[in-house]
Ligand binder design. Structure first.
Ligand code: ADP
Ligand code: ASP
Ligand code: MG
Length: 815
């Protein structure tokens, strides 16, 4: 014989009820079926009662919705032509009339006692089980008020197990093939008035029956495939836990996993009867098996089994130097709470003993503080206790698993993960049983905490990186395209899920926590994007508060570069193609790097110099391995190189510039390249990365285009620059006659920087440098006589995007 419990989620509509019928009728052995109210009805009954109790006559409207829902359901599940449809309708209407009369009474006297409220909510289960007894015709309907008996204990109804077990044993003889029992409801053993077992209590009803009748198993049928590694409604990467020990199930449920009502575990645990969690909507999966067997299955190998959380958390702290070493303070705190019927779900005391913190539900917080202030009035007056305060808007998270026992490093891993995600822990506790570590954080960080911990402890199918790509024009657009093409391969071959969660151009921005569709996001940005500004961007990104986030800056904007500091401080990695931040004031550059280092996140900018060429990474690797960069000589402007390589008798200087612009080699504003500013920035960045302190003003420049061409507007620049065509043609002819070529060379010698035009002959490594290519020669302590040379495309949207992509992937690899 087994006991099956179907929750409100399993019987919320006509189709679901027919599913349930099918499951029940397919079982060969005798079954006891425990039923909840239709999904959402208990909440609705409570709302209706509260409305009536404050004199809001809309309660009648609310009740008619409840009535309509039940009557429509009867119509759907029992054919109207049947006599029994009329019969069940009459019975249900009779019950609902009874309910209406009670509500009328509440409305008139504007008072809702616990007794009346218990009576009102009982109708949910009474009606649902009545309807099901007509759907499953061979089933026999029982009234659980007759055998689940409670007694009052501190305002709560506690099951009288002796009496209840005895009554159950006498009720189910002989045992029908299918018995139907309303869950949740019970009655007081003295007065016989209706009581209940608490919200979610149908699970408990089923467990009590299972234990009393020594059933072989308790099956809890719900709307998920089993006990998941975390609440699937809170995060998406969860998966089903195949097996849990009773202990693990208790820990997970006590900490808010709503799946099973916590007291449910005890009756079956004492009888050593297993529980199986199954999905009404996917009945062929094996679900989760809960038993006292130690972990043996695959899922048993992970260090923790599950994560659960309570979002309704308030932390009350009693503190004062006068508490140190005084015996009995904690006794008085917890006695006061017990006397006031306040339940505490986490306690933390520092070993200095000068404060004790404990977590309670928000609704209990004010009463807790008031009661404690009364209890410790004297100590507060004398200053021995300095304060008793409640901090609200918090959440409690617990990681649970028997494998945590005596396994070192789990707390380290947990808190390291939270630290990297930028989440600070307000209080924490680990019991000596070592099967649960719980901690309190700000509520706003709950989702991020669950995701980060899940990502860190469970071998999820994919590692997720959440990208905000800013500047989706040329380079950013190419990057989006590369990600789109590579997304599936990265998932399949690297188990990496690159999710683009936000994009922006200078005017609009678009966000989607679950990931944007890369086929359509650009057009969606244009059509449905929100108005953008750097500040709006920052606010939205911080508000989204997503774990493993990377801000990818493909703009050349100073304002966007100005966001890095605050993003890094919020543990968002930054990948920048934009050189403004790294070439700005040395201290700002250093601060950004330092913030990233302290937060254990990344600030990467490989594409600041030489597009996708591995220059900065190489310099970093040389230095990290103990080498010292002595000298660097480089052609770093792909644009200028392209221009000098393109000049010919047919192509004058001004046209060559235009061609560089059209080929997207130049910065959006080519004056930045021609004035040498871009090369100065790059040289400054390289020099800094090579370990020297330098500012842009320290770079000696030999300008080759007079300043006045850069001082007017961009339009004027395009008009005026033609004036230099003749001069450049003369220079080109002269250099050609010497069999040399012109290069804009950037040099660094022991921290001293300069840039200028240089003629190079055909023996010089810079002579053969096609198109927009870049080249850098790095002389170090180790690479001295023969410098290291890196050469290749140094500009272009495709290679720059690829360089950014590589930075992003490198973040994924270290996470
Ligand atoms: P029922 O109506 O069947 O009693 P509940 O709503 O009480 O259903 O419980 C099922 C819900 O529990 C799921 O829909 C899910 O959102 C929630 N839940 C919370 N934590 C977990 C978890 N760790 N695994 C599975 N479900 C969970
Ligand atoms: N219907 C009750 C509730 O919603 C009991 C249950 O569903 O288990 O709390
Ligand atoms: Mg439930």
């Amino acid at each position: 014989m087994k006991v099956l419990k179907f929750g409100g989620t399993s019987i919320s509509c006509e189709q679901n009820i027919l599913n349930v019928k099918k499951i029940i009728e397919s079982i060969d052995e005798p079954v006891i079926v425990v039923l909840s109210a239709l999904g959402g009805i208990t909440d609705q009954l409570i709302t209706t009662a509260n409305m009536a109790s404050v004199g809001d006559n809309e309660y009648e409207e609310e009740l008619s919705k409840i009535t309509a829902r039940h009557l429509n359901l009867i119509e759907g599940v029992i054919s109207c032509s049947q006599l029994c449809a009329v019969e069940v309708q009459n019975k249900v209407v009779h019950l609902l009339n009874e309910l209406l009369n009670i509500l009328k009474g509440v409305y008139l006297i504007k008072d809702l006692s616990i007794k009346t409220s218990d009576a009102i909510v009982s109708y949910g289960e009474r009606i649902s089980s009545l309807i099901l007894s007509y759907v499953i015709k061979e089933a026999k309907l029982f009234d659980s008020r007759k055998f689940i008996k409670t007694e009052k204990h501190f305002n709560k109804h506690i099951v009288d197990f002796e009496l209840t077990n005895w009554l159950i044993k006498n009720t189910f003889v002989p045992l029908p093939k299918i018995s139907l029992v309303p869950g949740f409801i019970s009655s007081d053993k003295e007065t016989n008035e209706v009581t209940n077992l608490g919200r979610g209590g149908s699970d408990y009803t089923a467990s009590i029956l299972t234990a009393a009748l020594d059933a072989s198993v308790l099956e809890i049928w719900t709307d998920v495939d089993g006990f998941m590694t975390a609440d699937p409604k809170a995060i998406s990467s969860t998966y089903v836990i195949e097996h849990l020990t009773f202990n693990e199930a208790i820990e997970l449920c006590n900490y808010g996993a709503k799946l099973i009502y916590p007291p449910t575990i005890y009756p079956v645990y004492h009888k050593n009867i297993p529980i199986r969690i199954l999905n009404t909507f996917n009945p062929n999966t094996s679900g989760t098996y809960i038993s006292n067997e130690q972990n043996s299955t695959v899922s048993g190998k992970s260090l923790i089994k599950g994560i659960s959380s309570i979002d309704d958390t308030c932390l009350v702290t009693v503190q004062g130097l006068g508490m140190i070493g005084i015996i009995g303070i904690n006794y008085r705190i917890f006695k006061t709470l017990a006397d006031n019927d306040i339940s505490v779900f986490m306690i933390s005391q520092a070993s200095s003993e000068n404060n004790t913190s404990f977590a309670v539900r928000n609704a209990d917080a004010d009463l807790a503080v008031k009661a404690l202030k009364e209890e410790f009035a004297l100590e507060l007056e004398q200053g021995e206790i300095s304060d008793i305060k409640a901090e609200k808007e918090l959440a409690t998270v617990a990681i649970v698993g028997e494998n945590m026992k005596r396994t070192p490093g789990i707390a380290g891993k947990l808190f390291g993960t939270l630290g990297r995600a930028g989440i600070s822990v307000i209080a924490c506790a680990q019991g000596a049983s070592e099967t649960n570590i719980s901690f309190v954080i700000k509520l706003q960080f709950l989702r991020k905490a669950l995701n980060s911990i899940h990502d860190s402890f469970f071998l999820s199918e994919y590692k997720v990186l959440n990208l905000f790509i800013i500047g989706v024009g040329t380079v950013g657009g190419k990057l989006l395209e590369q990600i789109r093409i590579q997304q599936i391969t990265l998932m399949e071959q690297n188990s990496l899920n690159l999710r683009v969660v936000g994009i922006a151009n200078s005017k609009k921005c678009l966000f989607c926590k679950e990931g944007l569709n890369l086929d359509t996001c650009i057009s969606e940005l244009k059509e449905n994007g929100e108005d953008n500004s750097p500040n709006h961007l920052r606010k939205e990104i911080l508000k989204l508060n997503i774990f493993n986030s990377v801000f990818v800056d493909c703009t050349a904007s100073k304002d966007i570069a100005g966001l890095y500091a605050s993003l890094l401080k919020n543990n968002i990695s930054v990948v920048a193609a934009n050189k403004i931040a790294t070439s700005s004031k040395y201290n700002d550059y250093l601060n950004l790097k330092e913030t990233a280092r302290q937060r254990d996140i990344k600030f990467l900018f490989e594409t600041n110099v030489g597009a996708g060429l591995p220059i900065i990474n190489t310099i970093n690797n040389l230095i990290n391995s103990g080498d010292r960069i002595l000298r660097m000589e480089a052609v770093l402007s792909g644009t200028l190189n392209f221009i000098f390589n393109t000049l010919s008798a047919e192509i004058p200087f001004s046209k060559a510039i235009r061609m560089a612009e059209e080929a997207h080699y130049s910065e959006p504003d080519p004056r930045i390249d021609l004035s040498g500013s871009d090369v100065i920035r790059k040289l400054v960045i390289l020099t800094r990365e090579a370990g020297y302190k330098v500012e842009q003003e320290d770079v000696r420049t030999n300008l080759f285009i007079p300043k006045k061409y850069f001082e007017s507007s961009l339009d004027d620049f395009w008009k005026n620059i033609k004036e230099l065509d003749a001069e450049f043609e003369t220079m080109r002819q002269q250099v050609a006659s010497e069999k040399k070529r012109i290069r804009l060379v950037a040099k660094m010698e022991k921290g001293k920087c300069e840039i200028g035009l240089q003629k190079v002959d055909n023996h010089h490594p810079f002579y053969e440098l096609e198109g927009s290519n870049n080249i850098i020669m790095i002389s170090t302590k180790r690479y001295n006589d023969y410098p290291m040379i890196i050469k290749g495309y140094g500009a272009g949207d495709d290679v720059t995007a690829a360089g950014i992509f590589a930075d992003i992937i490198s973040i994924a690899n270290i996470r």
